[in-house]
Write a new protein. Structure first.
Length: 566
């Protein structure tokens, strides 16, 4: 652990600029008006960046967790100051125009935490996160500021119980498709809806939130094992206090996140995603974090790492178990030990606590009798779930997750839709046929704008029993709960003239996962005629945050980050 024998040198603390000296009397007066004492003002200021919001289960409990963190900071000699930022529920906005705001919120979260941390001159940060975009958004801000800090995840929701089995929100989305196909009735759908989400916490499978929370442990920005404690578990309060004390230890030792992150750290994080069949959104978010760190990371790194990494945990949506089952089986520490034993992790990489990865997970043993995590000698699948395809339909790449199915080849006619809503209407009206390749375009980072997730569409396809017979290709993205042969993040996107914009109904699309290809069977001369006739669509937003995002966002192949022109 870090040396906590002495406080960080006062002259090096940014907060001293705010409160020390005769000419800072007015600032001290303001602080005293909110209850701080002279003693409080002498201590390091620790920002507690909270993504609490009252619109979703994922983050609704974070106010309580923040109190525990603040207690820990005070115990270790710091002055905590809590502030809030925005959050969007992916699950609630799914299938609506509201989902356009989800990925945009990642940038707003990062920007707003950065602004407050810079303006208030905090000496360290603890970032409390829950729903999908709050995790990478909070981590991006921490990396930009490069302050001593920790990201703390709020934990997973407990599974619901439906007719004697565990269920998650994935089951509800797929039941919507089953209802449209007449396979269940309204009463059964309502019964499932009532029990699927029994309380606070983020979605319960290895969907985006749990994937990214785990990845940050392997990356080094979160304490190992912290993500696995369920949201409502009584162990969360002591964990919060521990994180509060730990951030003070990190501050006193002078360790900053960009001091410990390396390319090998990112490969470790990718490895953890691949080994658990994690969300394709991890590609976007880890690329974005690498850009914030100044570390080179490319799409092909995901494919190469995944090819080398077996799937060792059977987690939803591709597997059987929930995130809470994974934690109960031994969780990230057991997974890490297994990967280290196989030479698949760089065990010398450090976390923000200063520990080497090998030391952080030493001694972890799987729970006797568990069936969630397998040894390297007996994996669930010999290669990981993240695959990058290229071809004349995706020259800059696209992402497919192979954890939930074994189908590696599909050839069929395109069914082209210029929005998610149009595609969903076709699914609900049962207009799709076996063999179709559903193309959903103009939903990319700039074209959407916001790169909506397509869980409503993909789950409805699976729910209708077409999951093994239909493929989907989009410049949008997928929920971590998506399963089936679904290709997302197609780059360049349609709105910026990518080949997806030129596809027409009936064009034959060939997906060959083994060859890492996705192509349209079309004569090059015909491609050129269509390209000459194509005109970019009118922007969907002409002012406000969405218009600014569309103007500044990069390709999905670069993490869909916003950056100044030039």
């Amino acid at each position: 652990m870090l040396d906590q024998s002495s406080l960080a040198p006062r002259q090096e603390l940014p907060s001293r600029t705010l409160v020390e000296g005769r000419d800072r009397a007015a600032a001290r007066a303001y602080f005293k008006s909110i209850g701080l004492s002279d003693r409080d003002l002498e201590r390091p200021f620790v920002g507690i960046a909270n993504t609490w919001i009252e619109t979703m289960p994922c983050n609704i409990h974070l106010r309580t967790l923040a109190e525990s963190v603040k207690n820990g900071v005070r115990q270790a000699g710091g002055t905590p100051m809590e502030f809030n930022t925005v959050a969007i529920s992916d699950g609630i906005t799914m299938g609506t125009q509201g989902m356009k705001t989800s990925l945009v919120s990642r940038e707003v979260i990062a920007d707003s935490i950065e602004l407050v941390a810079m303006g208030q001159m905090f000496d360290a940060l603890v970032v409390l996160v829950g729903c999908d975009k709050t995790i990478p958004g909070g981590a991006m801000a921490l990396l930009r500021m490069n302050l001593p800090g920790v990201v703390l995840y709020g934990g997973s929701i407990a599974p619901g119980r439906f007719r004697g089995r565990d269920v998650t929100i994935q089951d509800v989305f797929e039941a919507i498709g089953a209802r449209a196909a007449g396979r269940i009735d309204d009463a059964e759908l309502k019964e499932l809806e009532d029990v699927a989400c029994p309380g606070p916490g983020a979605c319960g499978g290895q969907y985006t939130a749990n994937t990214m929370a785990m990845a940050l442990e392997f990356l080094g920005l979160s304490l190992f094992g912290s993500a696995g404690i369920p949201a409502v578990d009584p162990r969360r309060a002591p964990l919060g206090e521990r994180v509060g004390r730990t951030v003070m230890q990190i501050l006193n030792a002078g360790v900053r996140p960009r001091d410990i992150l390396t390319r090998a750290s990112f490969i470790n994080a990718i490895r953890s995603v691949a080994a658990t069949g994690g969300s394709t959104n991890a590609v976007l978010h880890l690329m974005a974090l690498a850009r914030e760190s100044g570390i080179e990371l490319e799409l092909d790194d995901f494919d190469r790492t995944s090819r080398e990494t077996p799937i060792l945990a059977s987690l939803r949506p591709g597997g059987t178990y929930t995130a809470i089952d994974f934690a109960a089986a031994g969780g990230t520490r057991v997974l890490a030990n297994e990967l280290i034993a196989g030479g698949l992790l760089d065990a010398a990489q450090r976390s923000v606590t200063g520990e080497r990865l090998a030391d952080a997970v030493a001694g972890a043993e799987p729970t006797p009798g568990q069936a969630v995590i397998r040894p390297l000698s007996r994996p669930f699948h010999p290669t990981g779930g993240l695959v990058i395809l290229r071809g004349n339909l995706a020259p800059d790449g696209c992402v497919v997750k192979m954890a939930g199915h074994e189908r590696t080849h599909h050839r069929g006619p395109a069914r082209v839709f210029d929005s998610e809503e149009a595609a969903m209407a076709a699914v609900v009206n049962r207009e799709l046929r076996k063999g179709d390749v559903v193309v959903i375009r103009y939903e990319g980072p700039a074209g959407g704008p916001g790169m909506r997730e397509m869980l409503g569409v993909t789950a409805a396809i699976v729910g209708q029993g077409l999951g093994e017979d239909v493929a989907l290709v989009t410049d949008g993205r997928f929920s971590g709960a998506t399963r089936g042969l679904m290709l997302g993040h197609v780059a360049p996107e349609a709105a910026r003239g990518g080949p997806l914009a030129l596809v027409e109904d009936g064009d034959v699309i060939v997906i060959d996962v083994d060859a890492r290809r996705v192509d349209v069977e079309l004569d090059p001369a015909q491609w050129e005629r269509r390209r000459a006739a194509w005109r970019p669509p009118e922007p969907r937003f002409r002012q406000g945050v969405m218009a600014k995002y569309a103007a500044l966002v990069s390709s999905a192949a670069e993490g869909a980050i916003t950056r100044p022109p030039g």
